[in-house]
Design a protein around this ligand. Structure first.
Ligand SMILES: NC(=O)c1ccc[n+]([C@@H]2O[C@H](COP(=O)([O-])OP(=O)(O)OC[C@H]3O[C@@H](n4cnc5c(N)ncnc54)[C@H](OP(=O)(O)O)[C@@H]3O)[C@@H](O)[C@H]2O)c1
Length: 305
């Protein structure tokens, strides 16, 4: 691939985009344009950060038309489930509206587009969902993602819908919303941490995920793909394993039931994803949880500012 090809990544200051951008810069085969609401502008050879609100569709069109990206990885979203439940109009505007605008621009220009969707589009009654299973969202966040998926599917013949399992890791660029970073901070302070035992997931580490999204941006795969790790476990079991690996006792980890907690949006119990399609399609391996954690630690150790 020629380095003149431009990659547009939305949500640069977020957890997932940080890994995508970091790996794209290290690989050195893209001219990277990262869009951010909060991160300050930056202009370097092969790396540009442009700061604006993606809800400004006029500015988005202007920026997109100037860049003419070959591929777009759309991570930007309101991703806090309870915030989305309490601010449904905001969530729809950001998660559906921006996706619609971007898909329209990609349709006009022929750019590839990969949307980051979620395992929580499923109702969690069965688990190990395949790409052809019917979504049945339990909360407004998941509903917006189902609508965003539909927008990409109907606007772009060549669109990619990547449904991500719970993402595990430490932020590699920017702050990002990492449960692992928060958990380690709490454990370091001697506090107990709580994780739901009712939520069964197939967590994927943020490094493998970033690599898979970059691979999808450069291949001709179209359609829906589940990006998920190869370990299926509940979030309490996962937290115990991670805590032990960082040298803490799992006595500090307490099990909760997220669907028995007052004032919280409903969550799917078993939203584990079958990753067979990803294993058959991508060179990036879908890894077991603790292999993913090793990659996360290596990335943190070699990370450059
Ligand atoms: N993390 C997970 O476990 C998980 C699991 C399944 C699916 N997903 C999906 O994967 C994607 C990335 O997740 P994440 O964990 O990286 O989320 P995140 O850390 O919350 O990052 C989302 C980013 O979206 C950007 N954003 C939000 N509103 C914006 C606006 N109006 N204009 C411009 N940018 C805006 C912000 O970027 P700036 O900081 O640059 O302003 C924000 O940091 C999301 O679509 C999420 O729904 C995540």
């Amino acid at each position: 691939m020629s380095k003149t090809e431009k990659l547009l990544v939305t949500g640069y200051g977020g957890f997932v985009a940080g890994s995508v951008v970091w790996q794209a810069l290290r690989a050195g085969n893209w001219d990277v344009y990262a869009l951010s609401l909060d991160e300050p502008p930056r202009q370097e050879k092969d790396f540009h950060v442009i700061q604006f609100d993606l809800l400004d569709d006029t500015r988005l069109r202007q920026v997109f038309t100037q860049i003419q990206p070959k591929a777009v990885i759309h991570t930007a979203a309101l991703a806090d489930i309870d915030y989305c439940e309490n601010h449904p109009d905001d969530a729809t505007r950001v998660n559906v509206g921006i996706t619609r605008d971007l898909a329209g621009l990609c349709a006009e220009s022929g750019a590839r587009m990969t949307l980051c969707s979620t395992d929580t589009v499923f109702d969690g009654r069965r688990g190990m969902y395949v790409e052809t299973d019917a979504p049945n969202p339990l909360n407004h966040y998941a509903q917006t993602k189902v609508e965003a998926e539909e927008t990409v599917r109907t606007t772009l013949e060549w669109g990619v819908i990547a449904r991500l399992s719970l993402v595990m890791g430490l932020p590699v660029l920017g702050a990002g919303n990492s449960f692992l970073a928060k958990m380690i901070d709490s454990l370091q302070r001697g506090e107990k941490v709580k994780f739901p035992a009712n939520e069964v997931r197939t967590p994927i580490d943020v490094i493998t995920l970033g690599g898979a999204l970059l691979e999808l941006a450069a291949t001709d795969f179209t359609g829906t793909i589940h990006l998920a790790g190869s370990t299926r476990l509940n979030r309490y079991q996962m937290a115990c394993q991670l805590a032990r690996d960082f040298g803490y006792s799992d006595d500090a980890v307490m099990a909760t039931d997220s669907n028995a907690m007052e004032g919280r949006a409903p969550r799917p119990n078993d939203a584990s994803l079958d990753n067979t399609r990803a294993k058959n399609t991508l060179r990036t391996p879908m890894r077991p949880l603790m292999d993913g954690l090793r990659l996360v630690k290596e990335a943190k150790a070699i990370q450059t500012p």
